[in-house]
Write a protein that binds this ligand. Structure first.
Ligand code: NAD
Length: 420
């Protein structure tokens, strides 16, 4: 598999390719080629054994011409500056693509939360938030959950931020993070939003190519937030989950895997290994397994040349960010495999995060049906626009997504100019 450091290179190469293709204004290209701010903090945290451990946290603010910086916070032992820079740029592209008044950012801490107690993870989160200080804010930079973080993490971040504000303005700053639990100011439908958005894109794709999802088969890599909710959504449409891979192994069943029981098992045990009497298979078995639809929903660079050569699927719908390398994408394209790119397929998360932010700003709550209907309207419109762009430019959907996104950013820069 390719070295993960190359992920930033992949994103930058795609940026260069599309900038050239659409003759992107050189001023705009210069601005977008680097993040506006790169924040790195090192902070000590008290461990349960009474000792202090030093952690390294990142917040990369790529661009905010369309609105406040926006993007997830990742807790993973392989978090590094280049990776976060690439992910922050993808957020700028994603928000612009789906027409949100938000910019792009990403953050993370280099550690594996599974190796720490809940209290320790809480203290890491609070110290990180405090170290970021005014570098985040409800009108400036709004973090959200990503890999290794969840609603509870966001509530700790919100609470820490709130408690550093003066008494009178604490309740005005709930929107400093999104993806919070509903009890603490989150929106209905946020936890499932990214997976649901993936399924909405798959529905449009199936309609376009005349495939009946009822009776189709699918596989999922990563059975966390995005993967498990995508699986539930597809099963609700009559599709059958026949293979799952995560950091603990692969399980396969031609009869179909019960998504609700597996989700409960993973929430309790942290991985799929040991679920019922399933044999735990090698990673390759997952990629060799023939299905109609594969949803990678774990890490970047998971589908490389080795995996693409083994795969026999009609569609890859990228729940994760950057799961397919460019070389793998070419192999899949030659095989006739369709691909819905990350910036479109997993945009449901940031779309519903935007709804949460709007609700927090207006001290209002939306019913879940409204969240669902608005998500469907925005993501379906974006999907159809990307298909149109791809037809007009005779290009794949990732290139079309970048084109649409950069054109929108270029129009904004053309009207606003560059200060001073
Ligand atoms: P999560 O922490 O809830 O789940 C991550 C999953 O990946 C777990 O099932 C884990 O076992 C699996 N995994 C980790 N390392 C792996 C490996 N080496 N091989 C196979 N599986 C592995 O994370 P999540 O929030 O579901 O995020 C997953 C992906 O989706 C990430 O790329 C993230 O950037 C992207 N994403 C998440 C959101 C969101 O709202 N959470 C939004 C947009 C994009």
């Amino acid at each position: 598999m390719s070295d993960k450091v190359l992920f930033l290179e992949y994103v930058m190469n795609k940026f260069e390719e599309v900038a050239k293709k659409i003759k992107l204004d050189p001023k705009v290209k210069t601005i977008l080629s680097q993040p506006k701010n790169e924040i790195i903090v090192n902070f000590p945290v008290l461990m349960d054994n009474g000792e202090y451990e030093l952690f390294k946290g990142y917040r990369i603010q790529h661009n905010n011409i369309l609105g406040p910086f926006k993007g997830g916070i990742r807790y993973h032992e392989e978090v590094k500056l280049d990776e976060v820079k690439a992910l922050a740029m993808l957020m700028t592209i994603k928000c612009s693509l789906v027409g949100l008044p938000l910019g792009g950012a990403k953050g993370g801490i280099k550690f594996n939360p599974r190796n720490y107690s809940q209290d320790e993870v809480m203290r890491v989160t609070r110290r990180f938030t405090h170290s970021l200080g005014d570098c985040i804010g409800p009108n400036y930079d709004i973090p959200a959950p990503d890999m290794g973080t969840n609603g509870q993490t966001m509530v700790w971040m919100m609470d820490t931020y709130m408690n550093t504000r003066d008494q009178g303005s604490r309740h005005n700053v709930r929107g400093v993070v999104t993806g919070k639990t509903v009890e603490c100011g989150g929106t209905l439908g946020r936890a499932s939003a990214t997976g649901t958005g993936v399924v909405m894109c798959i529905e449009e794709w199936a309609r376009g190519c005349g495939l009946d999802l009822n009776g189709s088969s699918f596989s999922i890599q990563g059975f966390g937030n995005v993967g498990s909710w995508a699986a539930i959504g597809l099963v609700n449409l009559g599709a059958k989950l026949t293979a799952v891979n995560d950091h603990t192994g692969t399980i396969i069943s031609e009869e179909g895997i019960n998504v609700h029981a597996l989700r409960e098992y993973v929430l309790e045990n942290g991985g799929i290994s040991g679920y019922k009497d399933f044999e735990v298979l090698e990673r390759d078995a997952f990629f060799k397994h023939k299905v109609d639809i594969m949803v990678p929903a774990a890490l970047e660079n998971q589908i490389d040349v080795h995996e693409a050569k083994m795969m026999d699927v009609k569609l890859v719908a990228e729940g994760a960010n950057g799961p397919t390398t460019p070389e793998a994408e070419q192999i899949l394209a030659k095989k006739g495999t369709d691909l819905i790119p990350d910036v479109l397929a997993n945009s449901g998360g940031v779309i519903v995060s935007y709804f949460e932010w709007v609700q927090n700003k207006s001290s209002n709550y939306w019913v879940e049906d409204k969240v669902h209907a608005e998500l469907k309207r925005i993501i379906t419109t974006a999907y159809l626009e990307v298909v149109n762009t791809s037809n007009n430019h005779k290009c794949d959907m990732r290139t079309a997504s970048f084109i649409k996104s950069f054109e929108a950013l270029q129009h904004t820069y053309a009207q606003r100019g560059i200060f001073p």
